[in-house]
Ligand binder design. Structure first.
Ligand SMILES: [Zn+2]
Length: 251
């Protein structure tokens, strides 16, 4: 029987039978962990509000053997994200980003970079109105960690490399980057500022920083690009996706 403790963030919770919970926690030291909380659905005394999505704290796990689900033995929450949860749009974004993390992350593969990216993002959302910036930061980090973010260095149609000073456009319907010559006559495109393209390029190789995106204007069409990559990776679209896009993209 093993016990271990780690800092973590709750990314999912499901009621199980009458009074138990199955929670998914992205832990700093052991990656994604699914675990049972005995009595977690009812007990307000033992775990008051501990397992709401987005909560950050320290979680203690007990594992009887590798073939059985672990149990959460204790939880000490440092951050309940009170201000974030009072805001409807921020809450939706939190649930969306947590859900995305859950479907894209294998169990028990430790990634401190991913943990930091998610906890930085939700803490940033506590006090910031920059929802698109937070979303783009986290999606790019998540894609890179999963080896899915390729360098946007050339036109995706004619394959000519982009040169500095070139106009780069994103085709809204397909989420593809194209050069000026390849802009389709009939489709909607969005011009992508050089600073954003540079950011995506560097995100393919290194950690990027949320501060670097703060204040940057993010054209909503850019999420067509990240969505294209995510869709090719996951089995089925996320339930919240369309709602998030309607709320956050066309404001
Ligand atoms: Zn081209």
């Amino acid at each position: 029987m093993g016990t271990f403790t780690s800092e973590g963030i709750v990314i999912n919770r499901l009621k199980y039978l009458e009074s138990d919970l199955i929670v998914t926690i992205l832990s700093k030291d052991h990656g994604k962990i699914k675990a049972m909380v005995k009595g977690g659905a009812n007990s307000r005394k033992r775990f008051p509000g501990a397992f709401e999505t987005g909560n950050i704290g320290e979680f203690g796990f007990v594992e009887k053997n590798p073939y059985q689900i672990a149990y959460v033995a204790h939880a000490t929450i440092d951050d309940y994200l009170i201000r974030l949860k009072k805001d409807y749009e921020k809450t939706l974004l939190l649930i969306y980003l947590s859900g995305l993390t859950d479907v894209m992350t294998p169990e028990r593969q430790s990634s401190q970079v991913l943990f930091s990216a998610l906890s930085d993002t939700v803490r940033f959302l506590e006090d910031s109105k920059q929802l698109s910036q937070a979303r783009l930061f986290y999606e790019l980090q998540l894609l890179r960690i999963n080896g899915l973010l390729h360098v946007v260095g050339r036109c995706e149609l004619c394959k000519e490399p982009f040169r500095s000073g070139d106009d780069v456009h994103l085709v809204v319907a397909s989420g593809r980057f194209v050069c000026h010559a390849c802009v389709p006559n009939d489709g909607k495109v969005c011009r992508i500022p050089l600073a954003l393209l540079t950011l995506i390029k560097s995100a393919a190789h290194h950690d990027i920083y949320l501060n670097g995106l703060s204040g940057m204007e993010i054209p909503s069409a850019l999420f067509g690009f990240t969505r294209r990559i995510i869709t090719s990776y996951i089995d089925k679209p996320l339930k919240l996706w369309d709602m998030i896009d309607t709320l956050l993209l066309y404001e």
